[in-house]
Design a protein around this ligand. Structure first.
Ligand code: SAH
Ligand code: SF4
Length: 425
């Protein structure tokens, strides 16, 4: 989501006539698109902003702007300005599409300012995108989140769920396919909520069918789903739609029903396991990836062991693993029994080790299999062309770069750890 918003900011700047600078020293305008999902994201942003102090001192005309989730937290913009008075523009998540007028205001008046809208419904669509991921493209289907998982800052900084109309989504995908993009990733904090705010009613499976009906050879991916909402209709749609990848990002967060209840996830461990089994029984060769968090307040050794057991049983095709980070303003930050930092560290190491061993097994099992790869990058140094199979797994082949943006059938011939190599057949 943030990467796509950076593409939008880039698009706005390019439309104004700016070009990408080689480095911060030579840049006229520097825009930080921040994240605040965990504390270390904010620390990194602050570190990078602070590092510009000298540069700004030596060149007062350099414009420094800070936007994104971090600035949208209550009172955060003022604190940032206090800590880094040299920032010229601080703007909120709902002001992104107005960046051109914000920059012009700074250029015309020379004055620094904070512009944070708290009304998500006033947010405009951004008409410019500087796409950086060819042959892949990101497309928002909705903004915001209504789920209020007790640990999560997103609903506070992104507002309530707002779906784009299916016509808007379909038109954007059509124009991307006409331009030669071969992989479209539909984005939403919880894509399963898509359409709940639209009339006539439509759900995410219906939208997938519509996008699948667009002419052309391309792939469709989407993220993220919510375990409470994944249903048989969605699974059957993934199975039936030829362009939709057999791959689902299914963030379980924890294997312990007690922890899940405190997280306000509204499903039990057994529910998400049953849904994984449903996905595997309906969608042929489905890849299931996940997000898992350790160290949520009150997570006991027993709860954590349930997460390990779940992970062992689920055999995810990949997992993003996180240490719980208290976020001011969320319910979980106020909960008693915050877990000791050392215990959190021990747990994340155990979980990562386990998932690494599962990843390795999946890699070894992939050898000898035939997959369809969309090539996306070339490494000059070692002459390797890289692409992804339907599940999103990276496959490398020795070939020149003229296949970037093309689909080819590849036989996987070797696994070096989790890195896979193959031959075009
Ligand atoms: N909407 C998606 C993803 C949200 S953020 C979903 O519901 O899955 C991506 C991941 O960051 C989450 O899945 C969660 O595992 C993690 N995350 C969110 N808040 C966090 C926090 N306070 N501390 C640590 N990890 C967090
Ligand atoms: Fe955060 Fe939960 Fe919404 Fe995901 S579903 S963005 S974790 S509140």
């Amino acid at each position: 989501m943030n990467e796509h918003e950076s593409e939008k900011l880039g698009g706005i700047l390019e439309n104004m006539g700016y070009i990408e600078a080689e480095n911060t020293e030579s840049a006229d305008v520097i825009v930080f698109n921040t994240c605040c999902i965990r504390e270390n994201a904010e620390q990194r942003a602050e570190g990078n902003i602070g590092a510009l102090k000298k540069l700004k001192k030596s060149n007062k005309n350099k414009i420094i702007a800070v936007g994104g989730c971090m600035t949208q937290q209550k009172g955060r913009a003022e604190l940032l300005k206090k800590k880094f008075p040299f920032i010229d523009i601080i703007f909120g998540t709902h002001n992104l599409a107005d960046f051109e007028s914000l920059l012009k205001r700074k250029l015309e008046t020379g004055k620094s300012f904070i512009e944070i809208s708290s009304d998500e419904y006033s947010m405009k669509e951004c008409n410019y995108v500087s796409r950086k991921m060819f042959p892949s493209a990101l497309v928002n289907v909705m903004y915001g989140c209504n789920n209020f998982c007790s640990y999560c800052i997103v609903p506070y900084v992104r507002g309530r769920e707002r779906s784009r109309t299916p016509e808007n989504v379909v038109n954007e995908v059509k124009s991307l396919v006409e331009k030669g993009f071969k992989e479209i990733t539909l984005l939403g904090q919880n894509v399963d909520s898509y359409g709940k705010d639209l009339t006539p009613s439509i759900d995410f499976a219906d939208l997938l069918k519509m996008v699948n009906g667009i002419d052309g050879k391309f792939r469709i991916r989407f993220m993220s789903n919510h375990p409470k909402d994944v249903n048989e209709k969605l699974c059957n749609t993934i199975k039936e739609c030829d362009k939709v990848c057999n791959s689902v990002h299914f963030p379980i967060q924890s294997g312990s029903s007690k922890v899940l209840k405190d997280m306000n996830r509204r499903y039990l461990g057994i529910d998400s396991m049953n849904k994984i089994e449903m996905m595997r029984s309906i969608i042929p060769n489905v890849y299931v990836t996940t997000d898992i968090m350790v160290g949520f307040p009150g997570e006991t050794e027993e709860d954590f062991n349930e997460t390990l057991e779940f992970t062992k049983k689920a055999r995810f095709n990949g997992a993003f693993t996180f240490v719980y980070s208290p976020r001011k303003g969320t319910k979980a930050a106020e909960m008693p029994n915050q877990v000791d930092e050392n215990v959190k560290k021990e747990r994340i190491i155990k979980l990562v080790d386990l998932q690494n061993s599962i990843n390795l097994e999946h890699s070894l099992n992939a050898v000898g299999k035939q997959v369809t790869v969309l090539f996306e990058s070339f490494n000059e140094k070692d002459g390797l062309l890289s692409g992804r199979d339907e599940g999103g797994k990276v496959i490398n082949v020795y070939h020149n770069k003229n296949l970037i943006g093309e689909f080819k059938n590849v036989k996987i011939t070797k696994a070096n750890g989790i890195t896979l190599y193959g031959e075009i057949i």
